[in-house]
Design a protein around this ligand. Structure first.
Ligand code: ADP
Ligand code: ASP
Ligand code: MG
Length: 475
């Protein structure tokens, strides 16, 4: 037992890129081995290998459209990806064989499910969850074997045994109490034996055992759920960047790591497009006083970002970060007669909700002659149809003149708790955009005053993000 070892519990989650190549997986093995020296109870939550969930879902969609020919190609790719990893990492012949046998069984399951979908010409959300769950079910087997190869005792755990959810397929909600009981029953005996539990991220099951998923990017949430119910002392999210940064480094190359962020800041960032953390991850963990940290599998010695409930001292930076959500359109419901129509806003959003579309931003003109909100581009047509149906009578009477959508837009958001107490931030934000002649189409300020969001034309995404990022660096 090393000097630093405690009887404490750590949950570590490794994302798709962190398990996406043999080199990355070697880092994972080293990180887990080091952590096992310091932590008595270690739970490792794993995503599917990078790109695998996309491949599974794309193939299912092709199968619905009658392109059953794609199934064979996807099956081959899954064999190649997983076998290559096993060949590179698992040198004990018997172990490698056992892993391949299990993984190949899951690939056959994938093939049968897709063939059934192609025959039916339809994939229900429930079927899609069954298919997309396979990515994590395969990756945990490889990762557990890899850890054993490195001399650790490790067991692959299928989260369907421990994470109980409702049947809201494609984005299921956990039942924390049921999950707590199942987690204790399954994980405690393993942890007591000093075994590292390697748990599938992203997936769960209903009380009757039907497979569900927590939504895309949901492995972060899996780690948070397990952290909350165990409870863990700390939850570390290992990814391919060094923590939460001042902007997506793909948009702003000189973005830098933010050492400490508050729960509210990171929640706004995640909600407004910072893919680095699934938005649901933060609450269950930080509210319980569990330390949440985001760190880089490819730079393990860097501290990354710690997420805290409150900032101890007043933040030096007023604006902490800038994010962008792309692929949206603004829908406007407008008409001079709207003033007299009761409940237009309520009816508008009720119809949108019935289409299952989430609305990241709403603005209403003070004259009440228009309501304007953002939706993902993929939902625009469906939402407009639903609104035209809801307001058939008002459209005929010209109380509502038109319901229309803009071209593609982006929401760019600046985030920082310091904005609450600092006058003039919005002046600087709009001043900077104005100087660059970047046109703001709509504005919304979060009621928490932790963020200001602006809608711009999609072509302005990079200049607007970089211009606002300069405001941080200037401070
Ligand atoms: P994982 O597969 O590990 O879950 P994701 O791809 O889901 O990783 O999230 C990490 C990615 O999030 C980064 O590679 C980065 O491009 C993107 N990202 C977006 N905004 C930010 C931000 N503010 N800070 C860090 N990364 C960000
Ligand atoms: N594999 C899942 C996805 O790609 C979950 C995750 O990686 O967090 O969405
Ligand atoms: Mg992710």
């Amino acid at each position: 037992m090393s000097a630093g070892r405690t009887t404490k519990t750590l949950v570590m989650k490794f994302g798709g890129t962190s398990v996406g190549s043999p080199e990355a997986l070697q880092n994972v093995a080293r990180i887990v081995r080091d952590a096992k020296n310091d932590w008595q109870n270690l739970i490792v939550v794993v995503s599917a290998f990078s790109g695998v969930t996309d491949l599974l879902l794309q193939t299912a969609t092709e199968a619905v459209n009658g392109n059953a020919g794609e199934i064979g190609a996807a099956v081959n790719e899954l064999y190649t990806r997983h076998d290559m990893m096993v060949d590179a990492l698992i040198k004990t012949a018997e172990r490698a064989l056992a892993v391949k046998r299990e993984v190949h069984g899951l690939i056959s399951e994938f093939s049968s499910l897709c063939t059934a979908i192609a025959t039916l010409g339809e994939a229900t959300p429930r079927a899609l969850d069954a298919i997309s769950s396979l990515g994590e079910r395969m990756s945990v087997i490889v990762v557990a074997a890899l850890l054993e190869e490195h001399g650790l005792r490790a067991v692959a755990v299928d989260a369907r045994q421990i994470v109980e959810t409702d049947n809201h397929f494609l984005s299921a909600n956990p039942d924390f109490e049921a999950t707590r009981q199942k987690t204790h029953a399954v994980l405690h005996p393993l942890l007591q034996e000093g075994v590292v539990a390697v748990v599938t991220g992203f997936i769960g099951a209903t009380a009757s055992g039907v497979t569900t998923t927590l939504g895309r990017g949901g492995s972060d949430y899996s780690a948070a759920i397990l952290g909350a119910v165990l409870p863990a002392d700390e939850v570390w999210i290992w990814t391919d960047v060094t923590g939460v940064m001042t902007a997506d480094p793909r948009l702003v190359p000189h973005a830098r790591t933010i050492p400490i962020l508050t729960m509210r800041e990171v929640a706004e960032l995640a909600y407004y497009g910072a893919k680095v953390l699934h938005p649901k991850t933060i609450r269950p963990v930080v509210e319980q006083g569990i330390t949440l940290r985001v760190c880089n599998t490819f730079e393990p010695e860097a501290a990354g970002t710690y997420i805290v409930r409150e900032r101890a001292n007043h933040a030096h930076q007023v604006i902490q970060a800038v994010t962008a959500v792309r692929g949206l359109q603004l829908i406007t419901v407008e008409g001079r007669g709207m003033l007299g129509v009761p409940g237009v806003a309520a009816r508008t959003f009720a119809s949108v909700a019935r289409t299952g579309t989430s609305v990241p931003l709403i603005t209403q003109a003070s004259s009440e002659q228009s309501i304007c909100f953002a939706v993902p581009q993929s939902s625009t047509q469906q939402v407009i149809r639903a609104l035209e149906e809801e307001f058939t009578r008002e459209l005929a009477r010209h109380d509502i003149d038109r319901i229309w959508a803009t071209d593609e837009v982006v929401i760019v958001t600046v985030v920082g708790e310091g904005m609450r107490n600092t006058p003039g931030v919005s002046g600087r934000v709009f001043g900077a955009l104005g100087e660059k002649r970047l046109n703001v189409i709509a504005i919304a300020q979060g009621s928490s005053e932790v963020s200001i969001s602006m809608v711009l034309d999609a072509k302005d995404t990079i200049p607007a993000t970089r211009t606002l990022h300069d405001l941080i660096v200037e401070e």
